[in-house]
Write a protein of this length. Structure first.
Length: 302
């Protein structure tokens, strides 16, 4: 038979045991956080080091570019002056901004329209047609490269900036899939109510679907901006005049041009690379919140 005198010590021991377990769990949790933080810092350093090295090299004279010092021994701003005087970088930046803006806007709008049709409307053969659209993602770019070039050449548009962005008027299979998954997660009640009130399909798309899908649209926009800004292949195929070059094509020209006697002017090359990379970094920080939200929500829809 238990008595209050025998029960009390048992309860006290259980209490001490619970406190010890709690302390151990806190220590393990703290150690786990330290390990995870250390791993994240190490991975971040690995990814950041090339860019830090590039920025550091842009402030060095040509003889010190590859000395692997993150802090330049001889600090100079002459490279940033020379890159603007030795090549029409300003004109190339302008061409790239024009192409990137038109490509991003057109592919976002056209892909959203197609994705909305696949997500909202019910019609025979919808799934088959959507599967065919996704099937185009399996085609390598080299397969359609020559036919596409012949089309633009017959239209007399080779040598201009038009082929670099006008193809996006017809949407992109990847972006159509991305936006369709988001549209499928939107509730249908607001659209049915708007339809009862007499709203047209275009009005529902413009006033309801697009505002509700802002995160996914931002993701599409940022993806295409990055893709168009760094696209070298199209500019190599369609552009021949230096006045129409984009930044990737211009960087290729700088690499080819600044080599005399087998020695390349790497200080000019790395400086031009820094100048072209900074806009993408700024853009990402501006749209970081919407980008992360769009990736998370799009992945959980459908």
């Amino acid at each position: 038979m238990t008595t209050p005198r025998t029960v009390a010590p048992a309860i006290a021991l259980q209490g001490k045991g619970g406190k010890l377990n709690s302390r151990r769990s806190k220590r393990m949790s703290r150690a786990k956080r330290v390990v995870i933080s250390a791993l994240l810092i190490a991975v971040s350093v690995v990814f950041l080091y090339p860019f830090i090295w590039l920025v550091s090299a842009s402030f060095k004279p040509r003889a010190d570019v590859f000395d692997n010092r993150l802090i330049p021994e001889t600090f100079t701003f002459q490279n940033y002056i020379s890159v603007w005087t030795e090549a029409p970088v300003g004109l190339w930046l302008l061409n790239t901004v024009i192409v990137t803006a038109l490509a991003a806007i057109t592919v976002t709008v056209s892909s959203a329209m197609v994705a909305w049709g696949f997500a909202y409307f019910r019609f025979p053969g919808r799934n088959l047609l959507f599967a065919l659209v996704l099937g185009t993602m399996m085609l390598p770019a080299a397969v359609t490269m020559i036919p596409t070039f012949l089309i633009w050449n017959n239209l007399g548009l080779t040598g201009t900036l038009t082929p670099l962005w006008a193809q996006n008027l017809f949407g992109s299979a990847f972006y159509i899939f991305l936006l369709r998954q988001f549209f499928l997660g939107l509730p249908r009640d607001p659209f049915e109510a708007a339809k009862i009130d007499g709203a047209s399909n275009w009005r529902m798309f413009r006033s309801l679907a697009l505002p509700l899908s802002k995160p996914a649209l931002v993701v599409t926009l940022l993806f295409e901006i990055q893709a168009s800004w760094t696209d070298l292949m199209k500019s190599l195929i369609y552009l021949n005049d230096a006045a129409t070059f984009t930044i990737p094509r211009g960087l290729k020209t700088i690499v080819d041009q600044f080599g005399f006697g087998g020695e390349r002017h790497w200080e000019i090359i790395v400086t031009a690379s820094v100048i072209t990379t900074i806009p993408m970094i700024i853009l990402y920080f501006i749209g970081q919140k919407q980008f992360i939200e769009g990736i998370a929500t799009t992945g959980s829809k459908g």
